[in-house]
Design a protein around this ligand. Structure first.
Ligand SMILES: C[S@@+](CC[C@H](N)C(=O)[O-])C[C@H]1O[C@@H](n2cnc3c(N)ncnc32)[C@H](O)[C@@H]1O
Length: 260
């Protein structure tokens, strides 16, 4: 299945950019596809699933969609936990990796080339939607959040993980520069961010805007997690050390539920 409608400008830019980034995501995708149920971890410091509970307890037998599935490892994790999963992604090259890994692992689920802002599935098709640095970071929230609400059944959950709002405010423009300890960006926007030297478009919202948007789209906010790490924690992530992340949140996890 593929979406033939013309792409909005930021979606076209992000498709081209992610087709270019895709080779860097092959090795992490391969590593993550090998993770067994119960051993999943989240974010750049690897929070154990048992601590942050990004997956609902009752995933088995449910319909789930990953919005911006990339190499598909989170979709694979959900399939192994017994969900019927669809992965949608905007990058043909990321999906090439996902398809190859499906074949390597003998694990099949639908992979759709498309934009999470306009998903080719009927209303109320899913019980759970998830985005880990996918649509939550690269699609327009004013469009993809109502779209996620449309796709979910009443009582269905949307869980997302992305950069913390604070980390954006202290992030210098230079690529690979570490987060600082002073604010270098305005709280009040712009919320559409193109980093120096990049063509891809990211979206970052302050917490109040997320809450307004979730509620206006028919969700109740159940949890906002911004976990600290121990100061001696290590990461391959170039922007934050354990020392930084023990004082300020690097990442945010929102858990929201569609009103019944
Ligand atoms: C950092 S990856 C996250 C995916 C996955 N967790 C992984 O690491 O492979 C971001 C993904 O979001 C996808 N993406 C960006 N914009 C999108 C959109 N509008 N709709 C669907 N996917 C999108 C990109 O193509 C990319 O594969």
């Amino acid at each position: 299945m593929s979406d033939e409608t013309p792409l909005p400008e930021h979606v076209a830019a992000n498709r081209a950019a992610w087709d270019e980034y895709a080779p860097e995501y092959v090795a992490p995708g391969e590593r993550n596809w090998r993770v067994a149920p119960g051993h999943e971890t989240w974010g750049v410091f690897g929070f154990p699933e048992a601590d942050v509970r990004v997956f609902p307890d009752d995933l088995a037998g449910k319909d789930a969609i990953e919005l911006g599935c990339g190499t598909g490892y989170i979709s694979a994790w959900m399939t192994r936990r017994g969900a019927r999963v669809v992965g949608i992604d905007n990058s043909p090259r990321q999906l090439e990796t996902a398809r190859r890994l499906q074949a390597d692992h003998g694990l099949e689920f639908p992979l759709v080339l498309g934009n999470a802002e306009a998903v080719p599935y009927p209303d109320a098709s899913f019980d759970f939607a998830i985005s880990e640095y996918g649509a939550v970071l690269w699609a327009d929230p004013e469009v993809w959040v109502p779209e996620a609400a449309r796709l979910l059944r009443p009582g269905g959950r949307l869980h997302v993980l992305t950069n913390s709002w604070l980390s954006l405010l202290v992030a210098p423009d230079e690529p690979d520069a570490p987060f600082g300890e002073t604010l270098v960006r305005p709280w009040f926007g712009p919320h559409r961010v193109i980093w120096k030297g990049e063509t891809s478009v990211e979206f970052h919202l302050p917490p109040g805007d997320w809450i307004r948007l979730f509620r206006a789209s028919g969700f109740e906010v159940e949890e906002l997690l911004e976990p600290p790490v121990p100061a001696n924690a290590t990461t391959g992530y170039v922007h934050a050390t354990g020392a930084w992340a023990s004082q300020w949140p690097v990442e945010t996890i929102w858990k929201v539920r569609k009103r019944r």
